[in-house]
Structure formats: structure tokens, C-alpha cells
Design a protein around this ligand. Structure first.
Ligand code: SIN
Ligand code: MN
Length: 283
């Protein structure tokens, strides 16, 4: 990743493009995911966490608690309520790489913060995101990029993201539904891959990989890559922020759109020209 030297801090990085190197692009297209260690500084993560925590106090349909816990759960679309997060999704270190990978202008399809409670049961079964979006939203193409940002150090103990390297090359796999709640909420377990699907993917060259790193590390991942995460066996919560960018030409075709906190309907191309300078940002 390269950019002007002083462009990393919030508020100073406007209008500076950040580019992936050719080697990084190759890793993304070949493996289906790309780790960007410490893309955000500890101070920036602190600021993000302050905003995420503040926002999580408000209840509503967008705030879905993990069953049986007070700490865990998912909060959707916090960028619609926090100025700092509104800026984060437009920051050049995210927008630059994503626009380049998709070769397109982009908008926010979905944004969420997933918190796994300490010693919680919450595992995320192996799945492909695009299967959910094709099913629930009739999304024409997998022209999206996910950006996951670790808000806590990601270790072998706390349920970090795991990928099957290269699994995005095979298109939509094992397209079946395991029952599940409704069209509105598609749980990964509803579209989970079965052992048979997986055993074909996991080979000597293509294996399962866990992504570890300090907080502030980001992982860009393809909407077709098989991924999941195990339960959090550590004594502290695991917070993961995921932003899904969609190419502006790839709009859902369903006549029954899901709520806007699940699937963004503001399809105006994102740009970092229109965001105010936010140092020590508002909440
Ligand atoms: C996801 O696949 O969207 C979430 C995975 C996780 O929170 O570990
Ligand atoms: Mn997923």
C-alpha cells in the first residue's frame, strides 16, 4: 500500500489516493483475500471503538443481540448515525483500493459490527456472502469487496476470520438452503457449505487459513470466497467491523428490498471530497 507519508491520520487523508501494489492485487485475485496489517493506527481504532460503543447503546431493529449474551451481537449501518464512521467508509485507504479492485465507483451495500461475546457460542459456519445476496436481494453480479477491520487483536483464540484460499474461483458452490428463518435475515448457517463441498475445495495448494493481526488490521475479501469463524474462546469480546462496497452498476433487482440498515439504498458513488475534516471527531 502506498500513499503520501502524512495521509494516514483521519482528517488529513482527504483527496489523497491510496493504491494497492501489483503484488497485493495479485494476492487478492489469486487467494480471494488480502491482509493489510495495521491499516489503521491504535489511536484511530480507539476513535472508531468510541463511536461504535456509543452507537451500540441505541436499540432498534438494526441492533441484533447475540442470543443469551449482553455483550455480543451485530449492529448494522452505524455509518448512518456516526459522523466518524461516515468518514471511515469514505477514507482513501479503503476507497482507493476498493475502487481499483472493482474498477468502478462504489456505494455501501452493507456495514456492520459483529461482536462475539467472551466465551460465547457464536460460530459463523463456512459460507459465501454472495449466495445470501443473490438469494435475498437478487443481486446480479459478485461485483463487491468486503473490508473487515479488526477492532481487537485477532488471535487463534478469539474467533478470527478464516478463509479457504482460492475458493472464490469456483463461483457459487452448493447452492442449497438449510431451512432458515426468512428471506429477510439470511444466517450463514442457512447457506452453510457441507463437508462434501469443502473437501473438494481444500487441497494441497488451497488450504484453510486463519487471519491474525493486531487491531487496526484490515482484510479485504471477495464476495465469493468461502469464510467463517469459530467461537470466541477468549475472556474478552471480539469486535469486527465489516464494510461491504458494491459497484454502482450492480444494483439489486428484487421487488421486495430488505430494510435499509441491511441493504443500503443510497447508491450515490462515494467520494472522499465531500467529507469534513474530522480530528477528534464528533460522536
Ligand atoms: C461474516 O461472515 O459476515 C462475519 C464473520 C464474523 O463475524 O466472524
Ligand atoms: Mn460472511
Amino acid at each position: 500500500l502506498h500513499s503520501d507519508p502524512d495521509s494516514q491520520a483521519f482528517g488529513e487523508s482527504r483527496r489523497r489516493n491510496v493504491h494497492l501494489s501489483n503484488a497485493q492485487r495479485e494476492v487478492y485475485f489469486d487467494a480471494g483475500y488480502l491482509l493489510l496489517p495495521q491499516l489503521f493506527s491504535s489511536e484511530q481504532v480507539e476513535e472508531i471503538c468510541d463511536n461504535v460503543e456509543h452507537d451500540a447503546r441505541f436499540s432498534g431493529p438494526h441492533n441484533v443481540p447475540e442470543s443469551g449474551s449482553t455483550e455480543g451481537g451485530t449492529v448494522y449501518a452505524p455509518h448512518e448515525r456516526s459522523e466518524l464512521l461516515r468518514y471511515l467508509v469514505r477514507s482513501p485507504q479503503l476507497l482507493g483500493p476498493v475502487q481499483e479492485l472493482l474498477n468502478s465507483d462504489v456505494y455501501i451495500y452493507q456495514m456492520k459490527v459483529n461482536v462475539k461475546s467472551p466465551l460465547g457460542d457464536n460460530k459463523v459456519a463456512w459460507h459465501q456472502d454472495y449466495t445470501a445476496w443473490a438469494t435475498a436481494d437478487d443481486l446480479p453480479r459478485p461485483d463487491l469487496v468486503n473490508v473487515a477491520i479488526y477492532l481487537d487483536d485477532s488471535t487463534e483464540f478469539n474467533g478470527s476470520l478464516m478463509f479457504v484460499s482460492g475458493s472464490h474461483h469456483g463461483g457459487v458452490l452448493g447452492r442449497h438452503r438449510n431451512g432458515g428463518n426468512s428471506q429477510t435475515h439470511l444466517d450463514p448457517s442457512d447457506i452453510a457449505l457441507r463437508a462434501g463441498d469443502l473437501s473438494e475445495l481444500v487441497t494441497q495448494e488451497r488450504n484453510m487459513a486463519s487471519t491474525h493481526g493486531t487491531r487496526g488490521t484490515a482484510v479485504l475479501f471477495h464476495p465469493l470466497i468461502v469464510h467463517g469463524s469459530h467461537p470466541n474462546m477468549s475472556p474478552v469480546a471480539r469486535r469486527l467491523l465489516i464494510i461491504t462496497y458494491n459497484a454502482v452498476h450492480n444494483l439489486p433487482r428484487t421487488s421486495h428490498p430488505r430494510p435499509t440498515y441491511l441493504v443500503g439504498r443510497n447508491t450515490v458513488p462515494l467520494s472522499n471530497n465531500d467529507v469534513p475534516t474530522l480530528r477528534g471527531a464528533s460522536k
